[in-house]
Design a binder for this molecule. Structure first.
Ligand SMILES: CC(C)(COP(=O)(O)OP(=O)(O)OC[C@H]1O[C@@H](n2cnc3c(N)ncnc32)[C@H](O)[C@@H]1OP(=O)(O)O)[C@@H](O)C(=O)NCCC(=O)NCCS
Length: 153
């Protein structure tokens, strides 16, 4: 029997701030809490697979390009990635195939309140990439960006 390697990182899978409380820097405090908990547990880093908030407005741009976008002042183009960087996060890289959603077209039509009359690629509200419809099945491959926060010794 092999023994498992000791853990080294805490994964921050999702952070969500209620709409009424957004803009109050609560998400930074949550990330700092993740870092404090990781440090207390003897872990070296917090890794966040980040769903870039503004990517839904640019569904045709590959995540490999989007992750490189910067504003004139050097800060990241994406508001959620920017927050991570403000508090010391470093981009590890894009994850083009973070999550695959595969479902019958009827389900997609209900979820999106759209119609998909024939096979093809469709842009839909909130989608970070197109929906690919073929033979009655819709497949959406959602990209994201992995960010690491190193925990001080
Ligand atoms: C994405 C989300 C978590 C961001 O949290 P938020 O509370 O709305 O954002 P904040 O209050 O932290 O940020 C507001 C501003 O303060 C800035 N800010 C936050 N912390 C900062 C810090 N420590 N130093 C400097 N600026 C900071 C942010 O950069 C932003 O300003 P900017 O856009 O001009 O750069 C939130 O909008 C949300 O829950 N969205 C829905 C769910 C979601 O998409 N979650 C992400 C998937 S895991």
């Amino acid at each position: 029997m092999t023994s498992a390697a000791p853990p080294t990182a805490l994964m921050a899978l999702a952070i969500s701030v209620a709409p009424a409380r957004q803009g109050q820097r609560l998400s930074s405090r949550m990330i700092e809490s993740f870092k404090a908990n990781a440090g207390a547990a003897g872990l070296r880093s917090v890794i966040a697979p980040v769903r870039p908030t503004l990517k839904e407005r640019y569904p045709l741009i590959p995540i490999e390009r989007y992750v490189e976008w910067r504003r004139a002042d050097g800060s990241h183009f994406d508001s959620w990635v920017r927050i991570h960087e403000y508090i010391g996060g470093e981009i590890l890289g894009p994850a083009p195939e973070s999550m695959t959603l595969r479902a019958p077209v009827a389900d997609w039509e209900e979820w999106t309140e759209m119609q998909f009359p024939e096979d093809g690629e469709y842009i839909f509200p909130g989608g970070l990439a197109p929906l690919v419809v073929r033979d009655g099945i819709g497949v959406h491959v959602e990209p994201n960006v992995w960010i690491v926060h190193r925990v001080a010794d």
